[in-house]
Design a protein. Structure first.
Ligand code: AMP
Length: 304
């Protein structure tokens, strides 16, 4: 099934307790497109970069089967830039810089060939732009999944609420769920957020796994305990890419299949954190993915 991915494609500078990078390629849609490409070969990207963005990364996306006809390259302008620094436990980070640059006035043009997509993944981006994408699709996709972050809650809450009301699945982290709902209990937060529109809510808890809420049903998936956690940047986006990629591959949006999709998303995210940026997820092979999935199975399997 065809998947439309929208989100930031960017430069990041990252500092973790294990090291520091100069500007490297990042952005929500970069991680999502790469991760989802391991499940479906029908990934279409809508995003914007400046002419400072490396062509070889775009070529990499193409090698992964990602269609980049909808990636706008703005002459004489700079790509979105984000920098962040992780605390010692790596579960929390501070944003040091957010330079919107080309994202500031991004007009998401959807190529005709991208219309009629079955799945839409709205990666982290200006909420108004996410909304415009939904409005510009001539046919509502079978499933719309949206990610966002506290940055937008702080500067664009009204737009964000409007966009949230238009989607089927929202993915946010625990801190953001609390901020959005004003509730400390994640169960209460989930109930309130579902009242805002999305019938499914995924709350990501970093190394503590992820929760899927749908009405009164709750599913929990752990994160794989790893020897090496080098850089958590993009883990949430990689998770989202694995999640929606698996749904697009299986074309089954039941709650039970979403549980499987969460395990695939978690497996993809477990690779992402092992190196800086997108380094680890650009060249995965099928065996590695298969082995991770079976590690997940063993991790949570027990007989009572
Ligand atoms: P994650 O670690 O999954 O939260 O995602 C990190 C990625 O999100 C980085 O590669 C950033 O380039 C991107 N990012 C950070 N802030 C924003 C923002 N305000 N809008 C869009 N993308 C962002």
């Amino acid at each position: 099934m065809s998947l439309l991915v929208v989100g930031s494609v960017a430069f990041d500078a990252i500092e973790t307790p294990f090291g520091k990078t100069d500007k490297i390629v990042g952005g929500a849609a970069s991680y999502i497109a790469l991760a989802s490409s391991y499940f479906t070969q029908n990934v279409n990207l809508v995003a914007v970069v400046g002419d400072d963005f490396p062509n070889d990364f775009i070529a990499h996306l193409n090698v992964h089967g990602v269609n980049t006809d909808g990636l706008q390259v703005k002459k004489g302008e700079k790509s979105f830039f984000w920098s962040g620094k992780y605390h010692t436990d790596m579960n929390s980070r501070d944003t040091i810089t957010t330079e919107l640059n080309v994202l500031g006035d991004f007009d998401p043009i959807i190529p005709d060939a991208y219309q009629n997509c079955d799945y839409l993944m709205l990666g982290n981006l200006t909420p108004k732009v996410q909304q415009t994408v939904i409005e510009r699709l001539t046919k509502r996709p079978k499933l719309i999944v949206m990610d966002t972050m506290n940055f937008w809650m702080e500067i664009a809450m009204d737009d964000l609420r409007k966009t949230i009301s238009m989607v089927d699945v929202l993915t946010i982290n625990d801190e953001e769920a609390r901020q959005l709902s004003g509730e400390y209990s994640l169960v209460k937060a989930a109930a309130k957020i579902q009242e805002m529109g999305p019938k499914y809510l995924i709350i990501k808890k970093g190394e503590n796994g992820a929760l899927l809420f749908h009405g009164k049903q709750i599913f929990f998936a752990p994160a794989l305990p790893l020897e090496e956690v080098f850089d958590p940047t993009g883990a949430g986006d990689t998770f989202a890419g694995g999640f929606i990629g698996y749904l697009a591959k299986t074309n089954d949006i039941s709650f039970d299949n979403m549980k499987n999709a969460i395990i695939y998303g978690s497996a993809m995210a477990s690779f992402c954190v092992e190196r800086f940026g997108t380094e680890r997820i650009v060249n995965l092979n099928n065996d590695e993915l298969k082995n991770r999935i079976s590690e997940f199975k063993h991790l949570v399997k027990f007989d009572l």
